[in-house]
Write a new protein. Structure first.
Length: 564
């Protein structure tokens, strides 16, 4: 009896234990499901949702609420080691910055050297970090840097007039984004071969210049020249796409260096309605153009005397290293002779906005500040033609600025090719802009629209004068009486000896018994005709209250020589 009772109790206890275990597992499974659902819900929460649940004091300092991670821990360590960093970095910066300043110095400065340079007691602060690229070849990191420093920087300036000035640079405030590239990955510590560093973005750079023992403003032109030198040196020598390479493990890192990827062809056509900087007469404008403000890369146009509507029609070529970030800068000045030129206005054109192989013909409004571009004052406009030609696309792009088979002279062929017909090894002396492109330009003046009234009857007697600017050859249409929308349909042929540098000027006049009255004009380069062969266009009249001119242009190339 006792045996059966024990067996029964044992079985009951075992069954109960099994039921309890199964129930416990079910509860745990349900708990895991609920927890997973809770985690999934939290994962979908936004920053604003979390702020509703927890006040700010409960968040640890490393919690991220932006794309850039906080770096309080790094800033604390940097503050501790800053005295040692200052001592080491000051000498390194001094030895590397002086050659850069000499390279970028403005014309009024004969020499510019550093007599003192220490970074001061205030360490920079890293305000954010982000990983922008991470692949099998390397990692690209960007650090936001802010520095309100107290450096001791004294520049010894020697002016072109022989005056020596000690200039102190004070109250430096800088904010920017530093880019670091760790590349390539290797199998030994520290697991990357080199560090590439560059200033990806300069958000703010403020400082004060003061003559030791005097006022800088008492010497005209020096302050602007020094500021231009410092700005150009910073913006070009360490700003992306320029980069510095610091090898960590010995090796060949030439693939990380900055390399040209194409050329930018620029035609500075003309400007109009420029601000007059002269009290007597008109300004004498000229232009400076550059992608990088290196002395040997800045192009300068000729000066057009006493003209607020100058026509240059000059061609320039620039090397492009990174079309995604680089830009063309055009600045127009008034030539003041022996005195410093006076700035009229400028424009910037981002190269990423250009379609490779396509001419971009633009009129751009001049502004005073190229970074802010909020200038409401009318400083005039500049007319540009732009063509970006990436390397490797030469056979796909019709480039009127390069040598054409029909226009190459024997000398050009010798410069372009080696003795065996292959590409010459050194063509550095070969100038594309000196190429002569000859042909016949056929111009059809079709009609005009909405011309302004020129007589008391509200009509006009218009005709068009056609002029090739370089050769000054002229033609003119017949007069159409009593019409503001005349039709001519007349074609004129011009033999053009230098199509790249010539221009077509179309001037509309009102015929009068005692002469003629000017209505308006159109100025056309031949670039588009050289590229497309022929085209039609409806062109607004310049210097006219209203009106457009409908024209058709056709270019027929003619060889300067024939192959034997």
């Amino acid at each position: 009896m006792g045996f059966f009772l024990g067996l029964f109790l044992g079985i009951a206890f075992g069954v109960g234990l099994m039921v309890a275990f199964v129930r416990s597992e079910n509860v745990r499974a349900k708990h895991r499901v609920d927890l997973a659902a809770t985690v999934a819900t939290f994962a979908k929460m936004t920053v604003e949702d979390t702020k509703k649940l927890l006040p700010a004091q409960y968040y640890p300092s490393w919690v991220v609420f932006t794309q850039r991670q906080k770096l309080d821990w790094l800033n604390l360590e940097l503050i501790k080691i800053w005295p040692y960093v200052n001592e080491a970095a000051s000498e390194l910066i001094r030895s590397s910055v002086e050659p850069i300043l000499e390279q970028y110095k403005a014309g009024v400065l004969a020499s510019l050297k550093l007599s003192k340079l220490t970074l001061g007691t205030v360490a920079p602060q890293f305000t954010g970090v982000s990983i922008i690229e991470n692949d099998d070849s390397g990692v690209t990191m960007e650090l936001e840097v802010q520095w309100d420093g107290n450096p001791n920087i004294v520049l010894d300036i020697q002016t072109a007039l022989g005056v020596s000035l000690p200039i102190q640079m004070k109250n430096v405030a800088f904010t920017g984004v530093l880019r670091l590239i760790f590349k390539p990955f290797v199998d030994v510590l520290p697991c990357f071969g080199a560090v590439v560093y560059s200033l990806r973005e300069k958000k703010k750079l403020d400082y004060t210049l003061k003559v030791v023992g005097g006022e800088l403003s008492s010497i005209p032109g020096i302050s602007d020249a020094i500021e231009d030198t410092i700005r150009d040196a910073i913006e070009d020598s360490i700003m992306w796409p320029v980069r510095k390479i610091a090898p960590i493990i010995p090796g060949d890192y030439s693939d990380l260096e900055l390399k040209p990827v194409g050329t930018l062809e620029v035609k500075l056509v003309q400007a109009k309605n420029l601000t007059n900087k002269d009290l007597i007469g008109k300004s004498d404008p000229f232009a400076k153009l550059y992608i990088r403000p290196l002395h040997d890369r800045i192009k300068k146009s000729r000066t057009i005397n006493n003209d607020l509507n100058p026509i240059w029609n000059e061609h320039f070529e620039f090397v492009v290293e990174d079309p995604t970030t680089q830009q063309l800068t055009v600045k127009i000045y008034d030539d003041e002779g022996v005195q410093a030129s006076e700035y009229i206005g400028g424009v910037v054109i981002k190269l990423k906005d250009l379609q490779p192989g396509k001419i971009k013909d633009v009129w751009l409004k001049l502004v005073k500040d190229l970074e802010i571009q909020r200038d409401k004052k009318d400083r005039g406009q500049v007319h540009l033609e732009l063509l970006f030609c990436p390397y490797g696309m030469e056979n796909e792009i019709i480039n009127p600025f390069t040598v054409q088979k029909f226009s190459m002279t024997s000398l050009e062929k010798a410069l372009k090719s080696g003795t065996n017909g292959t590409e010459a090894a050194d063509t550095s002396t070969y100038q594309k802009k000196d190429v002569i492109i000859r042909g016949v330009l056929s111009v059809t003046i079709i009609s005009a629209e909405e011309l302004p009234a020129m007589d008391v009857m509200g009509k006009a007697d218009p005709f068009v004068v056609l002029t090739m600017k370089k050769t000054e050859s002229k033609n003119k249409t017949r007069v159409v009486n009593d019409s503001l929308n005349p039709t001519w349909n007349q074609t004129f042929d011009f033999v053009v000896e230098d199509g790249l540098h010539d221009m077509l000027i179309l001037e509309v006049f009102d015929h009068d018994t005692f002469g003629k009255d000017f209505i308006g004009r159109c100025i056309l380069t031949l670039t588009r005709a050289l590229m497309e062969g022929e085209y039609s266009e409806n062109i607004p009249l310049e210097e006219a209250k209203s009106g457009k001119l409908n024209v058709h242009l056709k270019w027929t190339p003619q060889p300067i020589y024939r192959d034997s």
